[in-house]
Design a protein around this ligand. Sequence first.
Ligand code: ARG
Length: 466
Amino acid sequence: MADGTDQKSSNQMWGGRFASGPSAIMEEINASIGFDKKLYAQDIRGSMAHASMLASKGIISTEDKDKIIEGLNTILSEIEAGTFEFSRKLEDIHMNIEARLATLIGTAAGRLHTARSRNDQVALDFRLWVKEELQKTEGMLTALIAAFLDRAEENADTVMPGFTHLQTAQPVTFGHHCMAYVEMFGRDRARVRHAIEHMDESPIGAAALAGTGYPIDRHMTAKALGFREPTRNSIDTVSDRDFALEFLSIASICATHLSRLAEEIVIWSTPQFGFIRLSDAFSTGSSIMPQKKNPDAAELVRAKTGRINGSLVALLTVMKGLPLAYSKDMQEDKEQVFDSAESLELAIAAMTGMIRDLEVRKDRMRAAAGSGYSTATDLADWLVREAGLPFRDAHHVTGNAVALAEKKGCDLADLSLEELQAIHPDITNGIFDVLSVEASVASRTSFGGTAPSEVRKQIAWWRGRN
Ligand code: ARG
């Protein structure tokens, strides 16, 4: 209706919980203090570096700079003591801190924002935070890799079935399987290191988007804040969130690795597989079924991957349609990164604990390794090597041997020489040397193969790099 009653009624529909109409809604959608207060330490550090640079370039006085630094130190202690009052009316961490600074030191506080904008300020704070988080992740991955190296060493000749399609394929060692995860987490750590190097440029001084006419020194602030150098394009600087996207991509790939490991732990700890026993510290009981020991920690690691992958897609979606330079959409970057960082830290820590504590049931692994005709390839290889058959023919002959063993309900090694010779006359007693799982594993000495001698070489290589 054109008389305005329409508007009134729609307001009645959504306005009930708001004290003062649309401006309260504006405040709610606009404010980020609820989550960006996490950036307080980075914000204060950035402001101190900026103020010092302004003073050394003669843009503000040394007295004002000293007051600013003193005030910022007071604010830091207040926040850390839990006595600082955050206000949603002041929108975000930058304005909360600046407003408090004005109360503490008066007009000098107003000089801090010379030659900067919240656009380069938030880019700086967030970049510092992500960089520190990546450094933490690097250390946590190193601890996880160390846990795997220890387990690999203890189990360099623990035979287990290797799988493809989750069907028994060929015998491998548990040490070799552990080292596969060392490779995966090693690549994650390399990605982390690369990202740190990639993002090691200081945004402060890009100002709103165009730079500034004040005679600032961006190299000085970059150095003071531990960056290699300043960013080179002020427009890109305030519109770039690649560092957050890189963090989320790395986190997603790493979480995917953790999730695959979690899935294996879930499978291995079933009574049917029984390859491992989880420690009590990383499992739970059932409230109704007393016999159960559930791998909840592994299941939750597997589930956290969903959250982390979701965050990556969320931020890519936020960024994909934005014109240069800054848009407020970018405020939605932080929660995704904070949530993923927390989830990833927890997942890596839980996995490191599980790997350190888990009991390897060598007897169960050995028994499973011998079933399912896992040495059939060794039989075929023997026919190629000792009887000169082309591999394709050897494959066919071996298929007949497997069919016979299956019919008799026994393993390949349990077939008699006569039975094997009936399948191919060139087979001799020497065949029995390769039909055991230990012989099979020991024979795979190609670079990166499963032979214990080879696995020990790979462990030594990683020990020198961890
Ligand atoms: N809270 C804002 C954010 O996180 C800070 C930057 C605000 N800049 C602006 N021009 N409104 O993105």
